[in-house]
Design a protein around this ligand. Structure first.
Ligand code: PLP
Length: 431
């Protein structure tokens, strides 16, 4: 243990720094210790870096790899498609097939439009909501993340609770959008939402939320909160938008809305939808979706053939294997989370593992159990960074934010190895 070297990744990062800002193409990737890693291959639950180090992977491409790396049916479908072309600039039959699948699986989906990334599908959903209601404002919640397109970046994960937008360089335009375009609300607080909509409801097109606050700490809403949000939206004529970019297909075949029984007007899907191939979707009530026939919807790569056949194959697996796959994911997640908490108690580490479907979020030093975004902010980030560094040195690739994605490719043996590594890492971090 601790004998891994990272010379190849370090060399790569020195080269990349010359031509890529921070040497990475998505900023969070720059912070990983001991160094941002450069990878050469990934298969199943494992990923290998340029130095030949193999890791049990819980980063999972930041979430899309719900079926693990290179799921055979997805790769086979893409290989077949590659021989027939990648991008047609016209329709192909797999697009309607995918929309039909999403309509079958996701409770709120009556019609579907495809995009490429979660961020742009959020933008499409909010634009459709504005057009459908003739209103301008969007309500978003503290700590929820909806991608990096300007308006919804205000008060993202890590921003202080209840204090308005976090300071950013002036050129990052989210401050001035708070007020005219974006209203920020604490989540899981029915009175706060009722009050905000009571004051601004007539101007609000959309209330957007992560239905399980994954980026805001991996918190479930209290019983009845989502139903209250649904009722308040109806009362004020606003559209309820669920950002299920992470929770979609991961918490259940129909996402968080299937688990909670609350159906939004519009749903944003991405990540697990494409099993690693870039694809996202807006799905929702036909009456709202049809607004796109008036306002348009565009994107060169929307519905590209490789991503669509990948998504069809991934959803086919998730749908047909759901009776065994989801219970197994839940069991592995609980074994991992319970094991981490047991080891933490043994080492006297104030670590908790909040879970939602095949997702774990670790919090260090937060009130136990953390129930609010403010609780999670009270946790400390530095010990989690240390933990992640020690785990990487022991062959476990886990994000320094403590957000772990479990996949169908993980095995009981992976969980055992991971817990052995966590034991060692906690011994070092808790010293
Ligand atoms: N919404 C949520 C809940 C997310 O977690 C993310 C990305 O992590 C996004 C939207 C943005 O998706 P993308 O990174 O594909 O643009």
């Amino acid at each position: 243990m601790n004998a891994k070297t990272f010379a190849g990744s370090e060399k790569y990062m020195r080269r990349a720094h010359q031509v890529i800002p921070k040497g990475v193409n998505s900023s969070r990737r720059a912070v990983l210790r001991p160094t941002p890693l450069a990878f050469t291959s990934a298969l199943g639950s494992r990923i290998t870096d340029v130095d030949g180090n193999e890791y049990v992977d819980y980063v999972a491409g930041y979430g899309p790899m719900l079926l693990g790396h290179q799921p055979p049916r997805v790769i086979e479908a893409v290989r077949t498609q590659l021989a027939a072309g990648v991008l047609y600039g016209g329709q192909h039959q797999a697009e309607a097939e995918l929309a039909e699948r999403i309509v079958r699986m996701v409770p709120g989906a009556e019609m579907v439009l495809l995009n490429v990334t979660g961020s742009e599908a959020v933008q499409a959903a909010l634009r459709m909501a504005r057009a459908a209601t003739g209103r301008r404002k969007t309500v978003k919640f503290e700590g929820h993340y909806h991608g990096w397109i300007d308006p919804v970046t205000a008060n993202g994960p890590g921003s202080p609770a209840g204090t308005g937008p976090a300071p950013r360089p002036a050129i990052v335009a989210d401050h001035h959008l708070v007020g005219p375009e974006i209203l920020i609300c604490p989540w899981n607080d029915p009175e706060a939402l009722a009050d905000l909509l009571g004051r601004h409801g007539a101007d609000v097109a959309a209330v957007i939320m992560e239905p399980v606050a994954v980026n805001g700490g991996n918190l479930w809403a209290d019983e009845g909160y989502l139903a209250t949000a649904r009722r308040l939206c109806d009362q004020h004529g606003c559209l309820l938008v669920f950002d299920e970019v992470v929770t979609g297909f991961r918490l259940a075949p129909g996402g968080a809305q299937q688990r909670t029984g609350v159906t939004p007007d519009l749903t944003v899907l991405a990540k697990a939808l494409g099993a690693g191939f870039p694809i996202s979707a807006v799905a929702g009530r036909a009456e709202v979706m049809r607004i796109a026939e008036e306002i348009g919807h565009a994107g060169t790569y929307n519905g590209n053939a490789t991503s669509v056949v990948a998504a069809n194959a991934a959803l086919d697996v998730l749908e047909s294997d759901q009776d065994s796959l989801y219970p197994r994911l839940e069991r592995l997640t609980n074994e991992l989370a319970d094991g981490i908490e047991r080891l933490a108690a043994r080492h006297g580490a104030p670590l908790q593992a909040l879970r939602a479907g095949a997702l774990i979020r670790l919090h260090w030093g937060a009130p136990t159990p953390a129930r609010t975004y403010a609780d999670t902010l009270a946790g400390r980030t530095e010990p989690l960074r240390h933990l992640s560094e020690h785990l990487i040195r022991s062959g476990v690739h886990a994000r320094d934010t403590g957000l772990w994605y479990i996949s169908a490719a993980h095995t009981d043996d992976d969980v055992d190895r991971t817990l052995a590594a966590v034991d060692q890492a906690l011994a070092a971090v808790s010293r």
